[in-house]
Design a protein around this ligand. Structure first.
Ligand code: ADP
Ligand code: ZN
Length: 616
């Protein structure tokens, strides 16, 4: 079916009839009009912002084939499946296709039977790719993940540089470059290499539906389990760990507690990795425990949480990884357990790396910015956005906004801590690690204290007023700011630094955070059913219907060989469960139910709704 021909041709009516969405988001409409006018555009939107519509709608409305260049071969199949579910004539060409299928796709393109064709860059640039396009009328080129053109970026693809030729070969065809990577030099590089007039459409990078939370790491794994069991039962999520070993152990631990968790890292056999990815994409409620090898281009819209058991090494990394949560706009959480070990581990990794000094300095300053975010007592979103040059005000949806910590001046305690480190070293000629220093401060006569006779020191017992936890918090804060050093090469012993003197002199104030435990949880409305994110937003009856819809959806998805979200995203099922439409006409008003889906699935949906309503 050609979607173009049976709907009035305006962007708004396509949005409504094909996608079933009532309104454009952010700058979508502006971009669409600009491209429809035959102009080039650079589109910068955060993950989940809705970049795809910015080229899909103009491709449907302009004469000819929309060519989409993407480096993410693994995603093309699902993207095309999603478009076909909407009744759009889409196909892809990449190395995963057999020769016969590829030939068929090429013929369809030549005959003008396709609206959108997804191609890997190397395929497009090949002799056969170019001659295929020479034989087609082209509506536009969309260049997805356009930051791959940047030689300085971490996703650099040499073929992307060669895409500059599109401009010479098809000067009349508009190009849309899209990315979620924010920095200004990369933007310039994209425009310079790929576009002509290159109007930039920059959206805010804020992801308001993501709640940012950082908890003090005590027993990270136990805390993670409690977090998932308490707030994300049955939800899809990603857990990031630094090492492959941890990934395996944590996946096993979660699975042992009945959570559908799977490991993912570069050390697993390719077939197993692919199978785990498939299950994550296709099934509901899978938790992927992974190293950062997992991520680029994870398109799943209903990831309800991203948890970090180890801190990322930069704010860019943190933003990118947490950004994989909540693409569908429903509430999602970015949760991180953070402790002194993160400071020590990440500093150590920089030290041990073989990079040159300039790179190490850059890495250190990026790490310091990340540490400041983790230590922050004020709005985390304000800090996050400020890092990307965006100013904002307190968000009301991060841990510090929801449960503002009380700050207690702890400068004197910090001085005691530093003096104690100094005294112990001076008396015994050797340095000590945190546990011992805290024992001395709190006046605990441990075996080691007696062995070194530290009970006679003037600093013995001067810190009994603070708990061990407080001392650790203080220590971590000082380490994060280079006010003391943890020597990871020597049993994590503590040493003073040049900057320690600033604290000892009283030139630098230090604060302890006091947060009422659990206060943030108490503020939320009591969940209707005690289950995951959607359950918390629905009444028990509506949630039962939602579950029935989900079960039906997974059957359809299996039958069609597509991920569940391709049939309907959670947002649509939730809206259906709430509105309980009784007719096809009423179904039309549900966001995410376009004409084709109503034709295909409307009857089944109405039957499920009738059944549920009869029971309740
Ligand atoms: P991006 O590529 O920017 O990460 P997508 O294009 O995949 O984002 O869109 C993210 C989600 O938002 C998709 O599920 C998409 O269907 C949905 N979406 C996009 N535009 C709208 C809109 N105007 N109204 C409602 N949902 C939208
Ligand atoms: Zn906030």
């Amino acid at each position: 079916m050609n979607a173009r021909h049976d709907s009035p041709s305006s962007p708004g009516s396509l949005l409504q009839h094909i996608w079933g969405y009532p309104a454009f988001r952010g700058r979508q409409r502006e971009v669409i009009d600009h491209v429809l006018g035959g102009h080039d555009a650079l589109v910068l939107m955060p993950t989940g912002g809705g970049k795809s519509l910015c080229f899909q709608i103009p491709a449907l409305l302009r004469e000819g084939l929309g060519v989409v260049v993407s480096p993410l071969i693994a995603l093309m199949q699902d993207q095309v499946a999603a478009l076909r579910e909407l009744g759009i004539r889409a196909a892809f060409l990449n190395s995963t296709l057999d020769a016969q299928t590829a030939r068929e796709v090429q013929q369809q393109a030549r005959r003008g039977e396709l609206d959108l064709l997804y191609m890997a860059p190397e395929r497009l640039l090949s002799e056969s790719g170019l001659s295929l396009l020479d034989g087609c009328r082209i509506a536009l080129f969309a260049i997805d993940e356009a930051h791959c053109v940047s030689q300085w970026g971490h996703d650099f693809r040499p073929e992307y540089g060669q895409l500059a030729m599109l401009r010479e070969r098809w000067p009349q065809v508009p190009r849309v470059a899209l990315t979620a990577t924010a920095d200004v030099p990369t933007r310039h590089e994209i425009v310079q290499r790929l576009l002509r007039d290159g109007t930039e459409f920059v959206s805010s990078f804020d992801r308001p539906n993501i709640r940012y939370r950082v908890v003090e790491k005590r027993d990270g794994r136990a805390q993670l389990l409690q977090f998932i069991r308490g707030e994300h039962v049955g939800d899809c999520g990603v857990v990031y760990c630094l090492s492959r070993n941890t990934v395996e152990e944590v996946a096993q631990m979660l699975a042992g507690h009945g959570i559908a968790a799977l490991p993912y890292h570069a050390g697993l056999p390719a077939a197993q990795r692919a199978a785990h990815l498939r299950r994550f994409l296709d099934e509901d409620g899978v938790v992927m425990v992974a190293t950062i090898a997992f991520g680029m281009g994870i398109d799943k819209p209903d990831v309800r949480f991203v948890a970090h058991l180890d801190m990322p090494r930069s704010i860019e990394g943190y933003f990118q990884e947490t950004g994989r949560a909540g693409r569908d706009g429903l509430p999602a959480q970015a949760w991180m357990a953070y402790g002194l070990s993160d400071v020590v581990q990440q500093r150590r990794l920089i030290e041990l790396s073989e990079a040159d000094d300039a790179y190490k300095r850059l890495s250190t300053s990026k790490l310091d910015a990340m540490l400041a975010l983790a230590e922050a007592a004020d709005c985390r979103r304000v800090r996050l956005l400020a890092y990307f040059d965006e100013t904002s005000t307190s968000c009301g949806n991060c841990d510090n906004c929801l449960n503002p910590p009380e700050l207690v001046d702890a400068t004197e305690s910090a001085q005691k801590l530093l003096s104690c480190i100094y005294r112990c070293r001076q008396t015994s000629g050797t340095s000590f690690a945190a546990t011992h220093i805290i024992d001395v401060l709190r006046g605990k006569r441990s075996e080691k204290v007696e062995r070194f006779s530290h009970q006679v020191l003037s600093t013995f017992g001067i810190g009994a007023d603070l708990s061990e936890q407080d001392w650790r918090q203080l220590l971590r804060q000082l380490a994060a700011q280079h006010l003391l050093e943890v020597d990871a090469a020597h049993f994590n012993v503590l040493r003073l630094t040049d900057a320690s003197r600033e604290v000892l002199r009283g030139a630098r104030r230090i604060h302890l955070k006091r947060q009422e435990p659990g206060a943030e949880r108490k503020r939320r409305p009591a969940p209707a059913t005690g289950t995951g994110t959607v359950g918390q937003a629905l009444s028990a009856e509506d949630f039962a219907l939602f579950e029935a819809l989900r079960a039906w959806r997974s059957g359809v998805a299996k039958e069609h060989g597509v991920p569940a979200y391709v049939v309907f995203p959670d947002t649509a099922l939730q809206a259906i469960a709430l509105a309980r439409p009784r007719s096809l006409e009423q179904l039309r008003g549900i966001s995410g139910v376009g004409d084709k889906k109503r034709d295909s699935y409307g009857a089944a949906l109405l039957a499920l709704i009738a059944q549920a309503s009869a029971h309740s």
